[in-house]
Write a protein of this length. Structure first.
Length: 278
């Protein structure tokens, strides 16, 4: 049995028998979620939780002051930031920003791959936020989170790869395994994290380019389009997918000829969204 077959078989067996160690949501994100879900929660109590992580607090204030939210008065404290953005927005933003710390490893190769995955997730999340605002009735903050978690299933695979250094010498093989398994693993992670059903379905749905369903566009449609747009003009295999054959574009009411990077208004909003997440 080849190294690829062995590594793949071990992963599949771990998934089948519930032995794959899934990542846990960062503690700060869990605390903020708990505070937000308290029916008696106040913006002051939520601000107190966020303030325990100074770096996260600073980034949330930065987003509150970003052109993305178009506030007229500068915000200089968390309570005002929460009031401007709304509790749901803050919860999703805090969850997304806190996740960045998960995309790190001690092995240089794994660390580089995790950072590449995170940067791609930021790009997709930014496009999702812009598309949600301009083309759908979906919540832009939830759309952003959908983009950030669409490849979350990559994490446990790379953790296993870190424990099997030989597989790291075969980048192409590892990439093939990631592409094959990350959607199913991502679904399991988001389910374990108790994410809303409309986000849990994203990892399994976004790569199905023939996917059709009743009703308006959902978050999987959004990530499908955003992911394809993120690869436009690159050498990535997904850059060759014919957009006019992907039903998700029609669901968004969006012409498959529109590239968000080339429409001035969309490109400007995209830069603002990207800046808010970095």
């Amino acid at each position: 049995m080849s190294l690829e077959q062995t590594f793949l078989a071990e992963l599949l067996d771990a998934i089948k028998n519930d032995r794959l160690t899934l990542p846990t949501l960062p503690e700060v994100a869990l605390r903020i979620r708990e505070a937000v879900e308290d029916p008696d929660a106040t913006s002051s109590a939520i601000a107190d939780e966020i303030a325990k992580d100074a770096a996260l607090a600073a980034r949330i204030i930065k987003v509150a002051n970003s052109p993305l939210l178009r506030g007229r008065v500068a915000v200089d404290n968390l309570q005002l930031a929460i009031t401007r953005m709304g509790i749901a927005f803050v919860r999703n933003l805090a969850t997304g920003l806190a996740m960045e710390q998960m995309f790190q490893a001690t092995n240089d190769q794994v660390d580089a791959k995790l950072r590449e995955t995170w940067e791609h997730s930021i790009e997709v999340a930014s496009i999702c936020q812009v598309l949600a605002s301009h083309f759908t009735n979906l919540k832009p903050d939830q759309a952003m989170l959908a983009g950030l978690v669409h490849e979350i299933g990559t994490l446990p695979i790379l953790t296993c790869a870190e424990d099997t250094p030989e597989i790291l010498e075969h980048a192409g093989v590892l990439e093939k395994i990631i592409q094959r398994l990350h959607p199913k693993i991502g679904y399991s992670i988001l389910k374990t994290w108790d994410f809303p059903a409309e986000l849990v379905s994203v990892p399994l749905g976004y790569l199905d380019f023939t996917r059709k369903h009743d009703g308006p566009a959902d978050y999987a449609d959004l990530v499908t389009v955003a992911n394809l747009q993120s690869y436009a003009g690159t050498n990535h295999p997904l850059a060759n997918v014919p957009w006019e054959e992907v039903p998700a574009f029609e669901k968004l009411g969006m012409s498959p000829e529109v590239d968000v990077h080339e429409v001035d208004e969309l490109a400007e909003d995209l830069n603002e969204a990207r800046s808010a997440l970095t």
